[in-house]
Design a protein around this ligand. Sequence first.
Ligand SMILES: Nc1ncnc2c1ncn2[C@@H]1O[C@H](COP(=O)(O)OP(=O)(O)O)[C@@H](O)[C@H]1O
Ligand SMILES: [Mg+2]
Length: 415
Amino acid sequence: MNKAFEFHTDPSSMEPLFPSDNGELEALSLELTESIARLSGSMNLTTRRAIAELLRPMNSYYSNLIEGHDTHPIDINRALNNDYSGDPTKRDRQHEAQAHIEVHRSIFEEIKDVSNPVIPSSVDFLKRMHRDFYSHLSEEMKTVRSKDGSERKVIPGELRDCEVEVGKHVAPSHESFPRFMDRFEVFYDPTSTANSSKLKRIISIAASHHRLAWIHPFVDGNGRVVRLFSDASFMYDNLDADGLWSISRGLARTHDEYYSMLANADLPRMGNHDGRGNLSNAMLVDFCKYFLRTAIDQTKFMYAALDTDNILTRLNTFCDAMVARGKFKTEMRYILIDVFLKGKISKPDAMRITNTSDKTLKNMTDALTEMGLITPKKESILMMYYAAYPILISPWLFPGLYPTSKESDMMELGI
Ligand SMILES: Nc1ncnc2c1ncn2[C@@H]1O[C@H](COP(=O)(O)OP(=O)(O)O)[C@@H](O)[C@H]1O
Ligand SMILES: [Mg+2]
């Protein structure tokens, strides 16, 4: 670290915390809420929840990919079935993906539980996400090596006790940054009266993404925690459409722009017409525009991907391929179609639509359960079959969620 460098020591040096612009950010926030409302209205809640479970691994894939950890979705799928690679690096990354998926699920459950109010910007919540993520990682993954060869250990859930640089930005000194965190927590608290406007809170989700990355509160893992924090903030405001889209997919697909937008927003104020804070207002505005446009783009992509007619056509193509591979009886498609449309069906209904005997139906539902394509659940005296979508079905039903080369491997492997 440059010895002559003067650290930021006063929280006022991260001002402005909220961008000032000519109204375009409000317009983008409104567009995002409209796009999310359309997405939330698509299909029934049970099917949506099942698809959201399919998207959780995708979210982890992209957030880890941004950090250069390209874990094949096939390996993520294996990890979810407790099948770990013999190669230590691959295995570590399987655990990393799994840890991310679990933290993301627990945030979702915590935030949806209204009896237990959560403040996403709180230091306590951010530390907990870091702790829960890192406590599942290997010693190797908890070791950070600097350019000079020195090593540092990441302690799950602990704020840093050392100085850090990210790109050209030197984060606030470790002695003073807890005060930056306190300011961050209060300023971006969505329950505070200053934040009662929903459009303002949406713009704050964008601005706080940069400011948290700028504070860089942990030795490592800041990127993953910052993106989980954004996920949590979207969930908090019911902007996640129950988990039907992921900001990380958009940030990963525009990785270079993401990093250059973050770096630009680190810059100091440029002249008298660039706000009144220590940092550039214009660059914060640009970052927020980039972030909100990325969010809008992702919600539109998912809305198109979830178009019911298209999914039914793809579901049939998938079933044809499985029949051709000898893995399916053709009647099994009727169960999958009905389950997709209704979220769940009962055993008598499944018998009626497949027009088969009890024994044949059992063979079919056992096979579908084994492939992870339905989840059976007994409800009082009735056996119900619930929608379920394993990772490997995603290129068949929702092409484009993962990079093309990964999807080809997944389709070849089958289900
Ligand atoms: N110039 C920058 N200013 C602020 N944050 C940045 C900058 N460049 C990158 N970042 C953020 O820092 C993250 C990397 O920090 P790091 O602690 O290594 O996270 P992780 O361990 O999750 O990789 C990136 O994902 C990005 O969100
Ligand atoms: Mg890192």
